[in-house]
Design a protein around this ligand. Sequence first.
Ligand code: ZN
Length: 322
Amino acid sequence: MRLSSLIYKIARPLGGLQLARVLTRSHVRIFMYHRISDNHIDEGLNAENFKRQIQLVKMNFNTISLSDLLSDRSSAQRYTNCAVITFDDGYQDFYKTAYPILRAEGVPVTIFVTTGFIDQEQWLWPDQIKYLLGNTDVKKFNLDALGELCMAEGRDRAWHKISDHCLTLPNKEKLKFIVNLAKKLDTPLPKTAPPEYEGLTWGHLREMKETGLDVQSHSYSHPIMSNLDDRELKFELEEPIKRIHEELGHKPNIFCYPNGQKIDFNDRVKAAIKMAGYEYAVAAFPGRHTLKDLYEIKRYPTSDNMEVFNKALFGLTRLAAR
Ligand SMILES: [Zn+2]
């Protein structure tokens, strides 16, 4: 059993969560969400669990938008007992399900959008792989790099194998790989996202911005930034600034790394982000010092697992970190 789980089990009935919260009150918690579904079948975190999580955040912490938090870092007060909610990608379920819950609870939120997705020029490549695997009748196929894959082993397994491989490819090769995969699976790839993977529109974003939504950048096409050449990197960083400015009237100043793991960015990527005009960038993993590197701001991933969420929220994860 992990140390944080052990502390959680012992401390929870004894008011230990509140003690942990006080002990870690200066640790800023930034949470990262992707999709919220209003039923138990679709992808993403279930809406009831999401609502429970947001209510817990609100009951125990001061909620603040990421932009507000970052705009005045001189005030230690701002950091005390503070929690921030962020969303990545820009799926339509944010408008339908997540935002109404956040609005009803009065909790501010930042969304990082992939602007090519909002412009319906593309849809997210991990979803493309999922779609192809979910809609093919092919039972067995051979991918040069990965050998033979068998659907009987489970589509999820195949999806993980294929997307993990794609994470390592230079961007152009990854795109070619997916076109080739569609051929192998004898399944045409729709040009725009099918309903289950649909993105927000600029209209949705404009409407939500009017009620306080903070919209920031998550690249143009959701590539692995460290796999891009300098020209591609520049485009993926500058295009979202241009499009968000044109459509919503403000220039985003926070960038969110697609996939967001340590391997997905490096000093070259950070320098390009700075050069493009961003003041901050957020990662997809937590750390002891959330804001130590402003081009690698740490975030907690979320899931339906309430124990994991509670441990992160109340600071047990932070206390157990060395
Ligand atoms: Zn993303």
